[in-house]
Design a protein around this ligand. Structure first.
Ligand code: AMP
Length: 170
């Protein structure tokens, strides 16, 4: 199953100069989608995940089936103002300005081993913020998992010493 071949390059989205890696053809291919979920689930198992944090929004699409396969809780890390109960927030720098992620303050059992899932690791800024947030909520980051790594952007190095695994690399 050549999952990598199904990832569609969309030039200049969402802005000029960005080569967007579109995973929708993978999601639309049941065998490929299963292969991705199986791959991520295997990695989560190796790292002894007690729960899965998915990063809004494509991290939800991949993280939720992984949690379901593990029989573990799925916990959404959301953009500000979306979660209804008491939250914790971390801010992180973007190329221009800042963004933030939130978790429900009571979502993670103290000391739980947390696997963080997103679709793509680029500079690692988003995943690094998710790691800080998990730690602030009392969890231990067991690993950061992504379907795709843009290795030339050095995200995995930025996340060290956290374990980072991706299924395909560009
Ligand atoms: P970063 O914080 O730089 O690692 O960026 C990772 C986040 O931005 C992920 O949530 C990705 O979904 C998204 N992202 C960044 N670059 C791309 C890209 N070239 N194609 C698709 N998504 C991207």
């Amino acid at each position: 199953m050549d999952v990598k071949a199904l990832i569609r390059d969309v030039p200049d989205f969402p802005k000029p100069g960005i080569l967007f890696k579109d995973i929708t053809p993978v999601l639309a291919h049941p065998e490929a989608f299963s292969a991705v979920i199986d791959g991520l689930t295997g990695l989560a198992r190796v790292h002894g995940a007690d729960c899965v944090v998915g990063i809004e929004s494509r991290g939800f699409i991949l993280g939720a089936p992984v949690a379901r396969a593990l029989g573990a809780p799925f916990i959404p890390a959301r953009k500000p103002g979306k979660l209804p109960a008491a939250t914790r927030r971390v801010e992180y720098a973007l190329e221009y300005g800042t963004d933030a992620l939130e978790l429900h303050a009571d979502a993670i059992r103290p000391g739980a081993r947390v696997v963080i899932v997103d679709d793509l690791l680029a500079t690692g800024g988003t995943a690094e913020a998710a790691c800080r947030l998990v730690t602030a909520c009392g969890g231990q980051v067991a690993a950061v998992l992504a379907f795709i790594e843009l290795a030339f952007l050095g995200g995995a190095t930025r996340l060290a010493p956290h374990a980072v695994h991706c299924l395909v690399r560009f």
